[in-house]
Design a protein around this ligand. Structure first.
Ligand code: SF4
Ligand code: FES
Length: 273
């Protein structure tokens, strides 16, 4: 059943939305910036970082600060994304995260947007931290690895102040696909991968090594072998004879263009006869 269309007010302007969708999604779709650390469209909202707070401003309703990733919109909802109260809380949160992840340039950039360039809290700096003292424990990497990729390579380790994210016992993982999905979603740029010839090294995940596949046309290494096997079935439908299977995306695109051109030329010839 299609969700009911509703109207919401963000910073005094009216926007259309589907009843029940997260407010942060409506805002982003309409070019309104709301900062976030633990929200990712492909995952269920988690509400952990509180960075995405907004203030509910509906008349007759007590003003409230809520997280916009867990706020399901309803008809007539009215919010402010940068009210005085919101900014006050957000700045304190940024200071806390700067203390937790002092080396993250992404986080520093975000903090500067709000005029925060230092923290009053004690910085937590660890020697030889595999996440370069840039992790805010938002959990996105753990969730995308398990819920989207189905790989379960990393998890939270330890408790309280000692909590960290990594592979079990900080050992290399047999399960890693080398897909880099964790690095893509990390909001602080904490996760490092490097490609070294035919090997992808997940430097942050205990230097786990994954073999890369070589293009049989240009010789470029282009995708992890394990990941390629995982998506092989997808190509199977588009490429039944397997002709494109061992090509990098560039060579595959060129080969497909050649194929399409030949088909088009044959068609033209057929009709010309
Ligand atoms: S490494 Fe990045 S994505 Fe993973 S928990 Fe830390 S900040 Fe979040
Ligand atoms: S993005 Fe909403 S609580 Fe983290």
């Amino acid at each position: 059943m299609n969700a009911k269309e509703v109207q919401v007010y963000i910073n005094g302007k009216t926007y259309g939305a589907s009843e029940g969708e997260p407010l942060i999604g409506v805002a982003r779709r309409n070019g309104i910036f709301i900062p976030s650390l633990c929200y990712e469209e492909s995952l269920e909202p988690y509400g952990a970082c509180r960075m995405c707070i907004v203030e509910i401003k509906n008349e007759g309703v007590k003003k409230r600060i809520v997280t916009s990733c867990t706020l399901h919109v309803f008809d007539g909802l009215s919010v402010e994304t940068d009210s005085e109260e919101v900014l006050k809380h957000r700045k304190v949160l940024l200071e806390l995260y700067l203390a937790q992840a002092p080396n993250s340039s992404k986080l520093k950039e975000l903090a500067l947007k709000y005029g925060v360039n230092r923290t009053r809290f004690r910085q937590k700096v660890r020697d030889n931290d595999p996440l370069n003292n840039s992790c805010v424990l938002c959990g996105l990497c753990v969730r995308v690895c398990s819920e989207v990729m189905g790989a379960r390579v990393i998890s939270f380790i330890g408790r309280g102040e000692k909590t960290r994210v990594n592979t079990p016992y900080f050992e290399q993982s047999e399960l890693c696909l080398g897909c880099r999905a964790c690095a893509e979603v990390c909001p602080t740029g904490a996760i490092e991968f490097r490609d070294d010839g035919g090997i992808r090294v997940a430097a942050s995940w205990s230097n786990t090594k994954v073999e890369l596949k070589k293009c049989n046309v240009c010789g470029k290494y282009y995708a992890p072998v394990k990941l390629d096997k995982r998506i092989d079935t997808l190509y199977y439908y588009r490429d039944k004879d397997g002709e494109l299977r061992d090509m990098c995306p560039d060579c595959r695109r060129k080969a497909m263009t050649r194929k399409m051109t030949l088909i088009a030329e044959n068609e033209v010839e057929k009709y010309a006869k």
